[in-house]
Design a protein around this ligand. Sequence first.
Ligand SMILES: [Fe+2]
Length: 248
Amino acid sequence: MNEDMRYVDFHTHILPEMDDGAKDLSESLEMLRLLREQGVGAVCLTPHFYPYREGPEDFLERRQRSFSLLLPRARELGVRLVPASETFFTDTVLNLPDLSALCMRDAQGRRYLLTELPFSSSFSARTLDRISRLMGVHGVVPVLAHIERYPKLFSDAGKIDELIEMGCLMQMNLEALDGGFFQKRKALRYIRDNMIHVVGTDSHNTRTRPPAYLPGITAVERALGKEAAAQLSANARQIISGSLADGA
Ligand SMILES: [Fe+2]
């Protein structure tokens, strides 16, 4: 692998005109360029999917239109793209016939769904039960998005462990490593203890939520060593290995 493109950004809103992310193709390209400069060689495209607002067919049709605009330009930049989603988890999701196109896929065909919950979620027994049903009904691995944004979850290592035991994976935004002292310390401890599996910028634009990959990953490298940082991208590459094989 080219060392200059060793990182994977697992969570972005870079697709043009898709959600509250990039407003047009030129902003998308600027975001990709910024990531490329920071050593990111593969980018997961995870636009918001709110199943109570639109059906999966409409969402996927919009995503395909947006993706086909971006793909040829990303190839010019040498950045690999993986079309996926950040799916807001409601009971509606349990009733959808098929989540495959919303997911990322590994080389064995296992599917992974970047899953968002309400920030107010207390991760009660009921919520854990619904997450377990998501896995049972659809056979997907939930990757819980930006876990640092759920106060009840991020402050409770036991709860994170319980979810991992169930078979969930944890995604953290790199900005958590740029936050206050206590948040950063906790984030580093979770990475050290393999409780964070993948990281991303969750970037939305070039101004207020830009693709800032390097500050966070450099903090990991300084505190825990280069291998710990490399492991996060290795995990991501494993998760998207089947999707990348599609030639995006
Ligand atoms: Fe997001």
